[in-house]
Design a protein around this ligand. Structure first.
Ligand code: HAM
Length: 427
């Protein structure tokens, strides 16, 4: 019997993980510069948390949650990170200690969707949330950060879509308006959208059918429903984005598939990497009512998440960084002990090392060192041991030299220009 990973869930093998790590490092370093600190929350949460925050009539809650029953408690694998972060924020009464909190997270999310390129059942998000700032300055700063982050990764064709949904009541009013507008044309809608018309007409806006879209285009945009304060927020947001030089497009029919959004809403799309319909590489918005809905104080919030698989696809195949710096190749039994010691010395110098302890031939060890992308190969046999030297092959420069065994590690470190071994920063 052979086992396979569960449908829509992927293994990521070491060669590929290197690209992931590079992306994660870039994300961390960007958001840390903007003052975000990492939060880690459980993968399982009470199911009710997502029903309450993400929304009962959303696709996620209606059909995509991985839910399990544990001795009568209903638990769900998190389909997204915002609800968990907000739950943790309320649970730990964070607002009593700081007026504004900037959090980020990285990790797997779970949605039982129909898998296709760029859409999986376990996928990874990196996200940010700001609690306690009503915007719109931080809204613009966040969108600018995200736009610059994607451009910095070399992704071409990054499109920023923005919209405003108004206050918590506006979404409901717009849902009713849309229902009233579309009901006379119900027979012309696709079957799926006819069903949506009854429970949540807003979801018809996400329909991919041209027929549905045409009918939707005839409806007034949600921006028409904004009150004065919402409109001032929206105008100021666009003003800040213009001042920052972020190229964006107002997309008046952007609502996104989660029920908690208020006011600012945005999505970042890219047509790179053959993402097709899954072209949203990130998205987010303001959710000013959620903290209170979850039993906390009236604290405004905004956030976004990016899908790491989609970002990697949009980045295209880039050569992974050379993983190995030095390959240590003992020739014959006698050299193995000395080779192990030299490998340890090299690692102590902060150098990545692989060692062949299987008694392989020189030819095959050199082939493997090359295959692994090592910069140097150290050959150590009887003749080198007797003379207290090592043979150093520069695989990139195709040259060869003999170096004293005693100082070999520091000579190689100097040639690699390697930084000193990592030390813990004193706190
Ligand atoms: P979302 O739009 O549902 O928002 O997901 C954010 C991103 O996660 C998407 O733009 C996409 O790149 C990626 N993603 C979503 N579903 C999948 C999937 N099945 N497979 C692969 N990638 C996927 C949220 O999750 C919100 N929590 C964002 C947010 C944070 N809003 C406020 N704060």
């Amino acid at each position: 019997m052979q086992y396979r990973a569960a449908k829509g869930m992927n293994d990521i093998l070491p060669d590929e993980v290197r690209r992931w790590q590079a992306l994660e490092t870039a994300f961390r370093s960007t958001v840390e510069r903007y003052g975000y600190g990492e939060v880690r929350t459980p993968l399982l949460e009470p199911t009710e948390l997502f029903v309450r925050s993400v929304g009962e009539t959303t696709d996620i809650v209606q059909k995509e949650m991985f839910t399990l029953d544990h001795h009568g408690d209903s638990l769900t694998l998190r389909p997204e990170g915002t609800a968990s972060a907000a739950r943790a924020y309320v649970e730990h009464a964070v607002q009593s200690r700081e007026p504004v909190s900037r959090w980020y997270y990285l990790g797997p999310m779970f949605r039982a969707e129909r898998p296709q390129r760029g859409r999986y059942r376990q996928f990874f998000q990196a996200g940010c949330e700001i609690f306690g700032d009503p915007g719109p300055v931080c809204d613009a700063e966040m969108i600018d950060m995200l736009y610059r982050f994607f451009r910095g990764l070399g992704i071409e064709d990054v499109q920023v879509l923005v919209n405003s949904l108004g206050g918590p009541g506006t979404r409901g009013r717009y849902r009713d308006l849309l229902r009233d507008h579309l009901t006379p044309h119900a027979a012309e809608l696709t079957e799926n959208s006819q069903r949506r018309l009854k429970d949540n007409a807003l979801r018809i806006l996400d329909s991919k059918s041209e027929r549905d879209q045409e009918l939707v285009r005839g409806a007034p945009p949600i921006l028409d429903l904004l009150d004065e304060a919402d409109r001032a927020h929206w105008d100021a947001l666009r003003g800040h984005l213009d001042a920052l030089g972020v190229p964006y497009r107002t997309e008046p029919r952007l609502v996104r598939g989660l029920d908690y959004y208020t006011r600012t809403l945005f999505e970042i799309q890219s047509s790179s990497g053959g993402l097709g319909a899954q072209n949203a590489i990130g998205g987010g918005g303001r959710y000013d009512a959620m903290i209170q809905d979850l039993g906390g104080p009236a604290v405004p919030a905004i956030g976004f998440a990016i899908g790491l698989e989609r970002v990697l696809l949009a980045m295209g195949e880039r050569e992974a960084p050379r993983p190995l710096s030095c390959f240590v190749a003992p020739i014959g039994e006698r050299a193995v002990g000395e080779a192990l010691k030299l490998a340890r010395e090299l690692r102590d110098q902060g150098i990545r090392v692989d060692l062949d302890g299987r008694g392989s031939s020189v030819k095959s060890m050199l082939r493997r060192a090359n295959g692994l992308g090592a910069r140097f190969c150290v050959l150590l046999g009887d003749s080198e041991l007797d003379r207290g030297v090592i043979k150093l092959k520069d695989l990139a420069g195709h040259s060869e030299s003999e170096e004293p065994r005693a100082t070999a590690a520091s000579i190689i470190a100097a040639k690699l220009g390697s930084p000193p071994p990592e030390r813990e920063e004193p706190r």
